[in-house]
Design a protein around this ligand. Sequence first.
Ligand code: IMP
Ligand code: MG
Length: 190
Amino acid sequence: MATGENIEGIIDHKLFSEDDIEEMTDRLGKQLTKDYAGKFPVVIGALKGAIYFLTALTPKIDVKMQLDFLDVSSYGNGFSSSGNVKLITDITCDVKDRDVLIVEDIVDTGQTLKFMEDLMRERGAKSVKCCAMLNKTARRVDDVTVDYYGAHVQNEFVVGFGLDYLNAYRNIPYVGVLKQSVIDAHKDEE
Ligand code: IMP
Ligand code: MG
């Protein structure tokens, strides 16, 4: 991957600004505060993409909660899901009889979310729900419900605010569509 480039130069156009993301987390935080009132959920962030969204969202959920993290990999290459989901790093807490809220950056084919939800259900979670920053439904293959999400996206590849291409560009402070030329330039690395 090229280094030294101005990272925002790889963005074709901005899709969700910092203000848009703030509005999403305000709205979702209010909703989750209502829905989890009186509960003590385990909020599980899907590494690494969800960390920015989880960090922005959870202070807006006025409910006692525990945080944990799970790392699963599903990408065969930089931008399309392989369908072969693997557990890389497990959570550290017991989810038996707990209300689990999985926080994702984006749900695309749904295979990653299905894997995580099945794992939590097998372990005896009382409830398993998902809150994703973005919901990309065009390529959905697994029957999963994204219970809460910030916004829909079309079938285009987005980076920033946690979302990566080849594990880079997560630190762009907004969500933008990646230039096709960047994908073409890195084709050999996939
Ligand atoms: P799924 O298993 O196809 O639903 O893939 C979910 C994962 O793919 C997400 O957690 C992201 O890491 C990644 N992903 C899907 N679409 C995009 C995108 O447009 N940009 C960056 N990552 C994406
Ligand atoms: Mg990713």
